[in-house]
Ligand binder design. Structure first.
Ligand code: ADP
Ligand code: MG
Length: 662
């Protein structure tokens, strides 16, 4: 094959532009990305070699070498991993395969500041080399292929790249960065080692650099030892030394790992720029043995709500990398968790299908779920700064500076977590029956008396009115609609708190939670209101009487609205509004039905019940009105509008209102 010039896929060109223009304040991440690719390539080789030992070509000591040449202004990262064929080089280094990255690129705004924030959530991967290089040369040969089947790939990082066929005896890949003038400090052992320590210590592969030693300069006057010397310099010795710890971090003892090391490992596997909120690291022994190192990120990825999205846990078997995104290791509602599980009980050739069925995996999944919920419980417990209490004798709690600092560091983390991932956690109510109660305790809501999303079911219960027998909630499209809903009127009047549920997933999830800690949950928009002991006898009596005297009118209303309403009845739940819509006790709410329809899904036609406020002037006016029919329809349509819906025939509604206004 002769030399070919090919264009980058449009998204790559865009990404490259962003990389070179907005990541200058984070230059050094390029080394982390390239070393991580080298390490991935070695992992892949090790994995393929399980079935085909020949791929090692008698060289099974996998490693990465980093070298630089000051005069040539280059920095080279070489691995003896799986390598790339020509086609693979074209495909992998010229296009973006991962849909996540593609979505990301499509969301770029062109505003550099905003974009570079966004990019923090993504690995820019190989292309990050162009932060420091104005040209990159990749030479590679795939394991198992002939020496003549090597490939050279060159690009200046603009619109195109060149590929040609070369002969390359060594298996694996070398990536040579031709450093920009302002990036020449990366051609220094000291600088490079520092970055490797920071980002890649925990990579289980040895990273080698050529040893240097100090050499004095020549004597200025060879006959005079005292006459001084030319400046000395560090020179390469030809000997290579391992510069990282080369020990999988999760396999090390907890006590030997610093907080920074945990954070850096997280950044490496998640490509996040920010530190995680929490981690848990355990060796689990027993009938299934494994090690878990799991993290809770502080920021949601953009594709969080895609349940098909890859999971974030990598599976290793006895230190051998098996697969990324092993979704069988955690339930879907915990898909935001990042980390590693290393099992010694699974076979090396385990497939995704096998994972789904394995009993060991089931045990691992349960163990990981418990740990993650435990982490979240800890975050929740420490979300608020502890109050300093002073006893009656005037003795104030003594809190050490250390404890204070720790409390300050942990405060607010759960709130941050919940803002990012709360809606996903709720899916667990339906998905994870066994842990339903633990999940329910972690949920937070806004309420009719608290604007922030901070009320737990337990908080709510602690504030329940005497005689109150249920936890009341309302579902709506947004907080304003929930808060101003007519259904809340009687609760406001009686000073009863109502939880506001405005996440799309709420109604679905709440279906799976009948009660919390023995107290039933009750939607205020479903069924008849029964405030039980909260309603006094006179109120009950008045309601019954109203229902009786209204009977003939209800029949007329029912007849007029027979196509729209399942039933019409008098209610006590309204104070200021003339009417509202409710659904039968176990029916689907009108919001949910509306949402499903908007999403193009099949939803039953929910015929709601119209409830009218017998005390309201508009309702009183109905009796004997010549406009009875129009008023009836207006009443219904307004009730629909009040909960964020639209009349089935908006034009007819407008016409009716206008006719009355005139
Ligand atoms: P990612 O590593 O997330 O897949 P990158 O942009 O870092 O994305 O790399 C793109 C692809 O290029 C890799 O998935 C891999 O197929 C290929 N690649 C990059 N570096 C190497 C390497 N050193 N050896 C073999 N393949 C590589
Ligand atoms: Mg990569």
């Amino acid at each position: 094959m002769t030399k070919q010039t090919l264009s980058f896929q449009a998204e790559v060109a865009q990404l490259l532009h962003l990389v070179t223009h907005s990541l200058y304040s984070n230059k050094e991440i390029f080394l982390r990305e390239l070393i991580s690719n080298a390490s991935d390539a070695c992992d892949k080789l090790r994995f393929e070699a399980i079935n085909d030992g020949g791929l090692y070509e008698n060289d099974s000591e996998l490693k990465v070498k980093v070298s630089f040449d000051k005069d040539a202004k280059t920095l080279t990262i070489t691995d003896n991993g799986i390598g790339m064929s020509t086609q693979e080089a074209i495909d992998h280094l010229g296009t973006i395969a991962k849909s996540g990255t593609k979505d990301f690129v499509s969301k770029l705004s062109g505003d550099q500041k905003a974009d570079s924030q966004l990019i923090g959530q993504f690995g820019v991967g190989f292309y990050s080399g162009f932060i420091v290089a104005d040209k990159i040369t990749v030479e590679s040969r795939r394991a198992g292929m002939k020496a003549e089947e090597g490939v050279r790939w060159i690009s200046g990082g603009a619109g195109d790249f060149e590929v040609e066929n070369i002969t390359r005896a060594e298996r694996g890949t070398s990536v040579t960065l031709h450093l920009r003038d302002d990036a020449m400090d990366y051609a220094s052992a000291w600088k490079v080692k520092g970055i490797i320590n920071k980002y890649s210590d925990h990579i289980s592969l040895p990273i080698l650099m050529e040893k240097e030693e100090w050499k004095d300069g020549e004597l200025i006057n060879p006959s005079d030892e005292q006459g001084g010397r030319q400046p000395g310099a560090m020179v390469k010795t030809g000997e290579w030394e391992t510069v990282n710890k080369a020990n999988a971090i999760w396999a090390r003892a907890k006590k030997d790992i610093t907080a920074d090391e945990y954070t850096e490992f997280y950044k490496q596997i998640s490509h996040d720029f920010e530190a995680p909120l929490a981690h848990t690291h355990n060796r689990v022994e027993g009938s299934t043995e494994y090690t878990q190192l799991l993290y809770i990120p502080g920021k949601a990825p953009m594709d969080l709500y895609n349940r098909e999205k890859s999971a974030g846990v990598k599976l290793y078997v006895k230190r051998v990398f098996i697969m990324d995104d092993a979704e069988a290791l955690l339930p879907t509602y915990l898909r935001f968790v990042k980390g590693v599980v290393d099992s010694s009980d699974l076979p090396l050739n385990v497939s995704r299908e096998l994972l789904q069925e394995s009993r060991d995996v089931k045990a691992i999944r349960e163990g990981c779920t418990k740990r993650v919920l435990g982490m979240l419980e800890d975050l929740a417990k420490n979300d608020k700064l502890p109050e300093v209490t002073t006893s009656a004798e005037g003795v104030t709690d003594v809190v050490s500076e250390e404890d204070k600092a720790e409390a300050a560091a942990n405060a607010g983390k759960f709130t941050k977590f919940y803002n990012e991932f709360g809606a996903v956690l709720k899916e667990g109510l339906g998905e994870d029956y066994a842990n339903k109660d633990r999940i329910a305790k972690l949920l937070r809501f806004a309420s009719s008396t608290t604007d922030t999303v901070s009320v737990s079911f337990a908080d709510y219960k602690a504030r329940m009115k005497e005689g109150q027998e249920a936890i009341y909630y309302i579902t709506a499209d947004n907080a304003a609609a929930a808060k101003n809903s007519p259904q809340l009127e009687v609760f406001k009047k009686k000073g009863i708190e109502v939880l506001l549920m405005t996440d799309r997933v709420d109604e679905w999830a709440l279906n799976y939670l009948q009660d919390f800690d023995g107290t039933p949950l009750q939607s205020v928009a479903k069924g008849a209101v029964d405030l039980g002991k909260l309603q006094d006898e006179t109120e009950k009596k008045a309601a019954e009487e109203a229902a009786e005297t209204f009977k003939p009118m209800l029949a007329k209303l029912k007849e007029a609205l027979k196509d729209k309403a399942e039933d019409v009845r008098v209610t006590t739940r309204l104070v200021d509004s003339p009417a509202c819509l409710v659904v039968q006790d176990h029916g689907m709410s009108t919001q949910l039905a509306r949402m499903l329809k908007q999403a193009g899904q099949a939803a039953p036609d929910v015929k709601p019940v119209l409830e009218v406020n017998a005390e309201h002037p508009l309702v009183k006016k109905l009796d004997g009105s010549v406009h009875f029919n129009d008023l009836a329809h207006i009443l219904f349509d307004q009730a629909l509008l009040a909960e964020g819906g639209l009349p089935a025939d908006p034009a007819a509604y407008v016409k009716r209102v206008n006719a009355l206004l005139v």
